[in-house]
Design a protein around this ligand. Sequence first.
Ligand SMILES: *[C@@H]1O[C@H](CO)[C@@H](O)[C@H](O)[C@H]1NC(C)=O
Ligand SMILES: *[C@@H]1O[C@H](CO)[C@@H](O)[C@H](O)[C@H]1NC(C)=O
Length: 360
Amino acid sequence: MVADGKIRVFCILFFAQTLEYAELTQDQTTSRANTLYDDADDIQRQLDNEARDRMKYGFPKTVWVFHLPTTFPDMSWFHEMKTPRNSYLFGKRATSGVETVTPLLSNLKAWDYKDQNKWSTLFPECAGRSQSPVNLPASGLVKARGARRLLFCNYNVPAKSMRVVRDSQSLTLYGKWNKVDRPLVCGGAAHSRRYLFHSLTLHWPSEHVIGGLQYPLESQALHISAEYKTFKDAVAAASRDKLAFLGIVNIYKFTNRTQQGLKSILKAATSKRPGNNYSIPAHSIGFFTPPFQEYVTYQGSLTYPPCTEAVLWFVRARSLPVERNIVKAAHKLTNPYNEPMKLLIRRLQPMNDRKTYFFG
Ligand SMILES: *[C@@H]1O[C@H](CO)[C@@H](O)[C@H](O)[C@H]1NC(C)=O
Ligand SMILES: *[C@@H]1O[C@H](CO)[C@@H](O)[C@H](O)[C@H]1NC(C)=O
């Protein structure tokens, strides 16, 4: 198994160089806790190789995916679906009846990252047993077999418009699509459900930690199960539906280039334009959070109040690239209250008895 793994690593490296597909040479996991401020590229490269061995080719136990928690929601909305028109990677376009995009954090100053101990007095769920973010194990993962492919539908369809909103605790991307074009995720560990894209929020440094290692930046693409019309509806349903949300985590690692989508969000936010709500050139959502097939999944919560414990998290197994000066510029941002936005993260939460599964 190890030998086989090594061969495959070499194949991947070969292809990565041939195709100059630099993302394949980036990986997120390692046992060494020094990447965040580590300047030496050769050490970085060594960590990358080590990481790939661990996360992807460690000695995973195998489970068949029907052992994972599964629910079968009301599928009545399904009949609204029209014929798929196009595809991106392996995804088919599909439609859905949800259109409304609710602002993520409307209650601006009810909480902040400095006083996280106080969250649970206002939002009791923040003291729950399945909270996020967590420190994900970099080895000993359970590898799920027999899963359907994860499908990223409409991930290549440009939005009609896009905005970047800077509020007191976050920097968030929203988009508007025609009803039939809204991006959605289904298949893979998401089972029979379809999750519509809601928003993409940036955190620096990373909220999720892998094998004890924190990364310079993380983006979280929140998706809402298609039977809920709004963010609020999904939060309200969470007591009976533990899979109301799907969160995609992209971890960024320092390298000598920056993923284009991230660049365009931070360019808007760090420009000297007045205000806190900027229109940016419209792209597809895949531009900001490219589709993937390898990921680690666990059951958790929203990482900010109300900390709703109804999020199926998918953590992309290979990191995306970011340059140091881009992250440095982000650290200089201030929020609408003129407070520095240096640390946009919740502290780590205990894993308790939760399991982590690897798909890919
Ligand atoms: C980044 O570094 C790699 C390897 O060190 C090099 O091949 C590549 O050309 C560099 N990319 C840029 C944009 O400088
Ligand atoms: C940002 O501006 C757009 C257009 O003016 C508006 O529709 C949207 O609600 C605003 N978003 C927030 C969170 O203020």
